[in-house]
Ligand binder design. Structure first.
Ligand SMILES: Cc1ncc(COP(=O)(O)O)c(C=O)c1O
Length: 394
């Protein structure tokens, strides 16, 4: 079948897609409609933490779909309780609300903070967020985001999200007023190019928010569930935030996300929050399978080792080809190409059968399956170097 034989025009144009239709995936590999194979270092934007169609997911879907798919969020179901229990047992939080997307989890976090402010801080409702941050594409999460391209879109925005500078505590302090209820940030700004909130900044921020009685919300939609080599990104700094949001890796490829909070902050009352599909047992069963895998002996240490290997090899490649900085944690890594050639690199790599992501004109981001093999990393590096030889000759 040729690309033109597919009814692509029936879909809304929400992004510019290459004329490829992906039909099958397995581990680190994807196949398009012509049968061509691609090594995938995007993995659905850091979503498929165990690669494409891993057996633990297909098994969980099969078993759960035979038992129960959706009893209604107004009733308890066993997989959602089990998954919430797994998350609270292995984090500093006590309560979970499951959602269907990261943006919906962040909307929930914003609502929870506003509710908490209404009850405990005389209606304080402003949430300080950060320049260049990304929190999703609903109206409130676009308003919370500091992505410059969002600034002019869909006005008027939801008010109440003053923007500070990442790793600059004074810029946060300056924005605190009696209307402030929380500070919200990504432990690593992923979409803007893998910019790490330093451990010192995270600790200072925790101290400041405690002192000023503000909530600290970490958006771990990209960094959570093993991506950085720890279960949650906030663990690097040793702090305990009040609220965390999860998405992407939590479902390993199926729509599952969550809002996680401490007991003290979990102030929703019946009627405040909900959703038809939220916490359905089919998705929650997948989340349980993912968490069981992450918590398996040595899994996270191996992610760390694979990340260290990728970084070391990228540093060597960068030095051979006079490129820039390599940064990241675990298997969320970026390479600065020093020139605005990233889009070209991505295109040539795709023609060669390698899927890469360029969050900025000069930057590549690597977010492979957490269980990829060293051979797959080596192959990606060899293919990338070959692309660079052609796109950016020395
Ligand atoms: C840090 C962060 N927050 C929120 C989101 C939005 O998640 P979703 O696309 O599932 O709504 C993303 C997605 O890339 C993200 O990286």
């Amino acid at each position: 079948m040729k690309f033109d034989d597919f009814p692509a025009q029936a879909l809304m144009e929400i992004t510019t897609r290459p004329p490829l239709v992906f039909v099958r995936g397995e581990g680190s590999w994807l196949w398009d409609h012509t049968g061509k194979r691609y090594l995938d270092f995007i993995q659905g934007w850091a979503v498929n933490c165990l690669g494409h169609s891993p057996a633990v997911i297909t098994q969980a879907l099969l078993e759960q779909s035979r038992k129960l798919i959706s009893p209604s969020p107004a009733f308890y179901n066993e997989p959602s309780m089990r998954l919430a229990q797994r998350i609270v047992e292995h984090s500093c939080f006590q309560r979970v609300f499951f959602t269907n997307s990261g943006a919906e989890a962040n909307e929930g976090a914003i609502k929870l903070a506003r509710k908490w402010g209404a009850k405990n801080k005389s209606g304080a409702h402003e949430i300080i967020t950060f320049e260049d941050s990304f929190h999703g594409r609903t109206l409130a999460t676009m308003s919370a985001s500091g992505k410059p391209q969002f600034r002019e879109l869909f006005e008027p925005k939801v008010p109440g999200f003053p923007k500070a500078k990442l790793n600059d505590l004074a810029s946060v302090e300056r924005l605190i007023t009696d209307k402030t209820v929380a500070v919200m940030l990504e432990p690593i700004q992923g979409e803007t190019g893998v910019i790490i909130a330093t451990d010192t900044f995270m600790r200072e921020l925790r101290e400041l928010t405690r002192k000023r009685e503000l909530l600290l919300i970490v958006d771990e939609i990209q960094t959570g569930v093993g991506r950085t080599g720890k279960l949650w990104g906030y663990e690097y700094s040793g702090i305990e935030p009040d609220v965390m949001t999860l998405g992407k890796g939590l479902g390993g490829g199926v729509p599952l996300a969550g809002l996680v909070a401490s007991e003290r902050v979990s102030c929703f009352e019946p009627g405040d929050q909900g959703g038809t599909f939220n916490g359905n047992p089919l998705m929650a069963a997948v989340g349980c399978a993912i968490m069981d895998t992450m918590l398996g002996t040595g899994f996270l240490q191996e992610v760390q080792a694979r990340g260290d290997y990728l970084v070391k090899q990228l540093v060597a490649l960068s030095s051979r080809r006079s490129l820039g900085e390599v940064r990241g944690r675990g298997l969320l890594v970026a390479l600065d190409l020093k020139r605005d050639i990233a889009a070209n690199v991505v295109e040539v790599a795709r023609d060669d059968g390698l899927l890469l992501n360029a969050p900025r004109p000069n930057l590549l981001r690597f977010m492979p399956a957490l269980n990829l093999s060293q051979g797959e990393t080596d192959l990606m590096l060899a293919m990338l170097e070959d692309v660079l030889r052609r796109v950016a000759p020395a």
